[in-house]
Ligand binder design. Structure first.
Ligand code: NI
Length: 136
């Protein structure tokens, strides 16, 4: 372990820890540390998205390899999680390996950024682009 790495202990309810373990196993993490590092990074990057609640509309395109383990399921789950701000989505089978997903959002600026960031950061997504504009 490099000297630039720090260790800390976390106290957590047994039931929550078990849920977390089975969740990270499904997502393909090798160990808890890896998963917790990703959670912290995600949390910090969401904070940087700010609290701008201006009504906005946006479209996002994602290119991904549909052979990638669990990726299509994960993208689907995330879209259900954000159904309040996802107006529609379009799936295009680009070639043998690649799919394109176009997602249209409508809602508060910072919510859209958060949802789009999570979708684009899903492991296995090759390319993602968000185009956002305000309504007012
Ligand atoms: Ni496809």
């Amino acid at each position: 372990m490099s000297s630039k790495v720090t260790r800390f202990g976390v106290s957590i309810e047994k039931e929550l820890a078990e849920k977390f373990d089975s969740h990270i196993e499904q997502e393909g993490y090798g160990n808890r540390s890896e998963a917790i590092r990703d959670l912290i990074r995600e949390h910090l990057s969401i904070e940087q998205l700010g609290t701008d609640r201006t009504p906005a509309v946006a479209s996002m395109s994602l290119i991904y390899d549909h052979h990638h383990r669990e990726l299509p399921d994960m993208l689907n789950t995330l879209q259900h999680e954000y159904q309040q701000i996802i107006v529609s989505s379009l799936h295009v089978h680009v070639d043998h390996d690649n799919c394109m997903e176009v997602v249209i959002f409508r809602g508060p600026n910072c919510w859209i950024k958060k949802a789009a960031n999570r979708l684009m950061a899903t492991r296995g997504v090759k390319h993602g682009k968000l185009t956002m504009t305000t309504v007012s």
